[in-house]
Design a protein around this ligand. Structure first.
Ligand SMILES: *[C@@H]1O[C@H](CO)[C@@H](O)[C@H](O)[C@H]1NC(C)=O
Ligand SMILES: *[C@@H]1O[C@H](CO)[C@@H](O)[C@H](O)[C@H]1NC(C)=O
Length: 298
C-alpha cells in the first residue's frame, strides 16, 4: 500500500509538471461535444471511465478520505479519464441534503475534496443530481410533509413544489464554491458533464410524455445557469413511449421490452442534451450465460 501511494504521489508530481509545461494548469478547458466525438480545445478526448457512487461519502470522513485519493490516483494508470459519481444524497443516514435546501457542510466538503482530487490526477467527473430510486421518493415525501397531496413517486416529475426543490438542488450544486479549490462548480472544467437523474423512469406514464416534458424543463434550467458544461440525462437506453421507433427496436433484442416511460431517442434529441448514455447489465439480463456470451453483449 505504502509503495503504491508513493508511486501515486510521484506520478502526481510528474503529471503536474507535465501539465504546467503543456497548459499552465491542469484541465483548464471544458470537454465539448464535437459531432459524434468529444473534444478538449479542438483535440479529441476519449472518455473511458468508471462509476464510483461512494466518493462523496468516503471523502467526507477523515478516516476514509484516503480511499478516494487512492482510487482517483490509480485510475489514470488503467487508462481511465472519467469518473462518474453522485452529487446527491437526499435524506437518510449522513445526507448531503437533509431536507429541501438544507445541506450538511461536512458532506459538501467531501464532494469538494472528490473534485479537487480528480483535478489533481487529471480525471474528469460526471456528476449526477438525483437518483430515480430513493431520491424521487424522498423529494415527493418532502413535498407531502409540506401539505402537497401526492400519491405516487412519479409526482416527482410534475408537482410544482417538487420541481422547485429539485431546481434548488441543481442550483446549489452549480453555484457551490469549492472550499478546496476556490473554483465554483459551474466554472470548473474538471467536471465533464452534469447528469439530470440516474436511471430516470416514469412507469405511471408509458407514453413517455411526462419524462420528455421534465427533461426539457430541467435541461433548460441547467443551461440557463451553466452553458459551458455538457449535460446528459442519465438514461439506461430503453426505447419507449407510445411513439417508439419500431425500426430502432428491432436492433435491440433485450432492452426493447423495457418500456419504463423514458424514450432513448426523443429524450436525447432535446435541446440542451449534449450526449446519450446507456447502462448495460448483461449479468442480470442474461444471467445464465457464460462470461464470453455476456461480454459479447457489449
Ligand atoms: C388527493 O388526491 C386524490 C387523487 O387525486 C383525491 O382523490 C383526493 O380527494 C385528494 N385529497 C385531498 C385532501 O385533496
Ligand atoms: C470562491 O472562493 C475563493 C476562495 O475563498 C474566492 O477567492 C473566490 O472569489 C470565490 N468565488 C466566488 C465566485 O465567490
Amino acid at each position: 500500500m505504502a509503495n503504491k501511494q508513493l508511486v501515486c504521489a510521484l506520478l502526481w508530481v510528474l503529471a503536474l509538471i507535465g501539465s504546467i509545461i503543456e497548459h499552465g494548469e491542469a484541465a483548464s478547458d471544458f470537454v465539448k461535444a464535437d459531432g459524434t466525438s468529444f473534444a478538449v480545445n479542438g483535440e479529441s478526448f476519449y472518455p473511458n471511465g468508471f462509476n464510483a457512487y461512494w466518493l462523496m461519502s468516503k471523502g467526507s470522513k477523515p478516516s476514509e478520505m484516503d480511499k478516494v485519493s487512492r482510487a482517483l490516483c490509480q485510475a489514470p494508470s488503467y487508462g481511465m479519464t472519467v469518473v462518474r459519481t453522485w452529487a446527491f444524497k437526499d435524506g437518510g443516514y449522513r445526507p448531503l441534503q437533509s431536507s429541501p435546501g438544507v445541506y450538511n457542510e461536512d458532506m459538501f466538503k467531501g464532494l469538494d475534496f472528490v473534485i479537487s482530487e480528480a483535478k489533481k490526477y487529471g480525471l474528469r467527473l460526471i456528476l449526477s443530481m438525483v437518483n430515480n430510486f430513493k431520491g424521487k421518493r424522498q423529494y415527493v415525501e418532502w413535498a407531502k410533509q409540506r401539505g402537497e397531496n401526492l400519491t405516487s413517486e412519479d409526482d416527482f416529475y410534475t408537482n410544482y413544489l417538487v420541481k422547485t426543490f429539485y431546481k434548488n438542488h441543481v442550483k446549489t450544486i452549480l453555484l457551490r464554491n469549492n472550499t478546496k479549490t476556490g473554483v465554483v462548480y459551474k466554472d470548473d472544467p474538471s467536471i465533464m458533464a452534469w447528469e439530470l437523474i440516474n436511471e430516470g423512469r416514469c412507469k405511471s406514464d408509458l407514453s413517455g410524455r411526462t419524462m420528455q416534458a421534465w427533461i426539457e424543463e430541467m435541461a433548460g434550467y441547467v443551461k440557463a445557469i451553466d452553458s459551458e458544461h455538457l449535460l446528459e440525462v442519465g438514461l439506461e437506453g430503453f426505447f419507449g413511449g407510445l411513439d417508439q421507433d419500431q425500426e430502432a427496436i428491432q436492433y435491440d433484442s433485450f432492452a426493447s421490452s423495457r418500456n419504463v416511460g423514458s424514450d432513448f431517442i426523443s429524450n436525447n434529441q432535446i435541446h440542451g442534451i449534449d450526449f446519450a448514455t446507456i447502462h448495460l447489465y448483461p449479468n442480470l439480463w442474461i444471467p445464465h450465460a457464460d462470461d464470453a456470451t455476456q461480454l459479447s453483449f457489449f
